[in-house]
Design a protein around this ligand. Structure first.
Ligand code: ATP
Length: 578
């Protein structure tokens, strides 16, 4: 396939807001690509060259791309910058500047290969090389192709295609319906690599996809916890359970492959640079050749047995000065699971068996510590554990079904979280995605936002659906912050994958995730969360923002419609007041 053909599809996808249409167009595109092309195309439509967890970056920010454009079209850099300030998108700038360029018929694989080569340049003269290589590529592409090309390095591929949409489209392309999505999704949960799945599917069919295994070096989509309102409900539903502290830190998935160690976050990003002491400890203390461990990293002082609050742990989320911070505020990782050891996938084992393996694997380490577990079928004991952990400054407990396997990417009652809460309120906060804002009246007008339209994620449909308007809980500074970040995310029309009856003054591309507390979930005809046929949707009563989720959650990690429905069912049952 020629890159220019792909660009035509990208143009079509860009103006499509309907999810079904996105799937249809994508599946038509997939049907036209060969075995060699399917992996690069799968990455490119999401603006990438490699899977999300791979840290490969082209390494050209806006400034460098702008210089490459000026060089390629022999135009003054200042002129390009002026055009950019008018058009607000470097893609549109090259589309205009490249009008006279003839397409030289480059194929998709060639363009992907050349971008990978640019990503691979390093060392002395790397910048010059990147500029030349990227400029050369631009000179060979027609305006529409060049438009999409420049959006890749600057992270502005504006298609908004989520992973479930890609999985549906792959199924449609081969099967004519979405019946293969569960098989593809299960493989995605084990490998997190859409390109690999697509390639295997094209090459070896469904059988090949089913054989894709968990392996060290590819993050596994983490198991997540369900909610229940109180210890009574937990024991009633699960009987004998294992109970562990719920640490409020960073989820870490540690991969050890001989001397190579990598750490992935909850949303599958490679975070190895953030945790030097965990990397060192894994290399030094873990004697097995290969392993995948699952745990929570938290700032912890073993002498005083003090856990530091989440805000302290999150200071790690930065690029510089990590070593100093690691010395001042060393982290520990409480390991609560193991997925793979010595070449073997151990996710089918029971939780008890896996926890025993955890203890054997990390024995002797003072940095990687096994999460303690007590077993009980008593409401009193569970209540006491919950209150004990809260008094130690932890979030609560996670209750686990002892005989359950590890469900990659699953949220079910094999794990249940119980947290601190105030009686009468929802037991938990929810994570919402901002969809737009309303112009404010009075004081807030100065900051450009008076209220926010927020939504949750519908996993089945890969859509963001509205659940509430939020007006309170933000300081003036935070309103400014929303305004600043929101400006870059503004969209002239309803963004792709957003489904809403309400129309805010300004739409925002769904990217910012906020943690919200509310009093109650109610039914509402004006919100689309959980709405179907004539049934009303769900809404939040008295929502207020508790915090901005700083990057550890992508919009697809926001609370799901399914969770909201379960929380709605759970309301009204009595809760323990710590
Ligand atoms: P929250 O915002 O409540 O942490 P979440 O959406 O990030 O929720 P949940 O699935 O709701 O994730 O809660 C499980 C999270 O709790 C895990 O992702 C993990 O980071 C953390 N956690 C802390 N201690 C444990 C433990 N002992 N076992 C499992 N998960 C734990």
């Amino acid at each position: 396939m020629k890159f220019s053909q792909l660009a035509t599809y990208l143009d079509e996808l860009e103006i499509t807001a309907s999810r079904n249409e996105l799937v249809r167009i994508l599946s038509e595109l997939f049907q036209k690509v060969s075995v060699e092309e399917i992996a690069p195309v799968t990455y490119l439509i999401q603006g990438r060259l490699t899977p999300f967890f791979d840290p490969t970056e082209i390494g050209m920010g806006e400034k460098l791309v702008l210089t490459a454009i000026a060089n390629a079209y022999h135009i003054d850099k200042g002129e390009v910058a002026v055009k950019y300030s008018h058009l607000g998108d470097l893609g549109l700038v090259v589309e205009e500047l490249g009008q006279k360029t003839r397409d030289s018929g480059l194929s998709v694989t060639e363009v992907a290969g050349r971008l990978l080569a640019i990503a691979g340049t390093s060392g002395d003269g790397a910048i010059e090389n990147k500029l030349t290589l990227f400029g050369d590529l631009l000179k060979e592409l027609d305006p529409a192709s060049a438009k999409h090309l420049v959006r890749i390095p600057v992270g502005k591929m504006r298609l908004g295609i989520g992973d479930p949409t890609v999985l549906d489209a792959l199924s449609f392309a081969k099967q004519g319906d979405k019946s293969l999505r569960p098989v593809l999704e299960a493989a995605y949960n084990r490998t997190s690599d859409l390109g690999l799945i697509a390639l295997t599917f094209w090459k070896d069919g469904v059988k090949g996809v089913e054989k894709l295994q968990i392996t060290v070096g590819r993050p596994v989509r983490p198991e997540l916890a369900e909610r229940l309102p109180n210890p009574e409900a937990v024991i009633k539903k699960l009987g004998l359970v294992g109970v562990q502290p719920k640490y409020d830190g960073f989820r870490v998935q540690i991969h050890k492959d001989g001397a190579k160690v990598a750490i992935y976050s909850r949303n599958l990003e490679n975070m190895s640079l953030m945790f030097p002491e965990l990397i060192t400890a894994t290399k030094r203390d873990i004697k097995v050749g290969t392993a995948i461990l699952d745990g929570e990293a938290i700032a912890y002082n073993p002498d005083t047995e003090e856990y530091l609050p989440f805000q302290e742990t999150t200071k790690r989320r930065r690029k510089y000065g990590i070593d100093e911070l690691a010395a001042k505020l060393p982290l520990r990782a409480f390991i609560f699971d193991i997925l793979y050891v010595e070449g073997r996938d151990v996710t089918p084992l029971t939780y008890e068996e896996r926890l025993k393996l955890v203890e054997e694997t990390i024995r002797g380490s003072e940095i990687l510590l096994p999460a303690p577990l007590i077993k009980t079928d008593s409401v009193e004991v569970l209540t006491k554990e919950l209150l004990d952990n809260i008094s130690k400054g932890l979030e609560g407990v996670v209750v686990k079904r002892l005989e359950a396997p590890y469900t990659a990417g699953g949220r079910n009652f094999n794990w249940v979280k119980l947290k601190r809460h105030t009686s009468g309120e929802l037991t938990d906060t929810v994570d919402l995605v901002l969809l737009g804002y309303y112009f404010g009246k009075g004081k807030r007008t100065a900051f450009g936002a008076g209220g926010l339209l927020a939504g949750v994620y519908d996993q089945d449909k890969d859509e963001f659906v509205s659940i509430t308007k939020i007006g309170t809980g933000l300081t003036d500074e935070e309103w400014r912050e929303i305004h600043r970040r929101g400006d870059a995310l503004q969209s002239d029309s309803k963004p792709a994958r957003v489904n809403s009856i309400l129309t805010p003054s300004v739409w925002m591309k769904p990217e910012i995730v906020v943690e919200v507390m509310a009093d109650e979930i109610t039914r509402s005809p004006v919100h689309t969360a959980g709405q179907f046929d004539d049934n009303p949707g769900y809404a939040l009563r008295f929502p207020r923002i508790v915090s901005f989720r700083g990057g550890d959650k992508s919009p697809e990690d926001a609370t799901s419609v399914k969770e909201i429905m379960a929380m709605y069912q759970g309301q009204g049952q009595h809760r323990v007041a710590p």
